[in-house]
Design a protein around this ligand. Sequence first.
Ligand code: AKG
Length: 168
Amino acid sequence: TQSGLCSHPLSSGLTGPPSLLQQPHFGGEVVPHQDSTFLHTEPLGRLLGLWIALEDATLENGCLWFIPGSHTSGLSRRLVRTYAGSKLDISFLGSEPVRDASLFVPTPVRRGDLILIHGEVVHKSDQNLSERSRHAYTFHLMESVDTVWSPDNWLQPTAELPFVPLYK
Ligand SMILES: O=C(O)CCC(=O)C(=O)O
């Protein structure tokens, strides 16, 4: 098998570092989502997120929350490229259902811990209202054998920024 590396939809831009910061007091929440909404593959099930805590992530400073088993319920929506004439834009196909808040299970971790995120599992993080920052480093792997990286994904590999094969 072969895996490829791609950057993260929630990172600070196409070329920005895939580091996620929840700043103290006003770190923004990350609303419930599935990563395959942003990084779609055909078939699904080929995407794995790696989320490495650079600082302790707690209930107070914005740890991740997951709905157990939600990776088996399909994909709610997709973010796709759209064109108005030659102008490139993005829009959602489908919509994120309102999720029962009681289904989410918190995943507090210590600095250095790694969380593996299935591409279809529903997850979120709450606003950081604490005194402590919460840095994480995240990126995604795709199993590339017999997988199509959807051509209408917002993120496309280029000659300058290709997806890096990890092994052959
Ligand atoms: O770090 C966060 O607060 C959210 C991260 C996330 O949703 C992701 O890595 O898919």
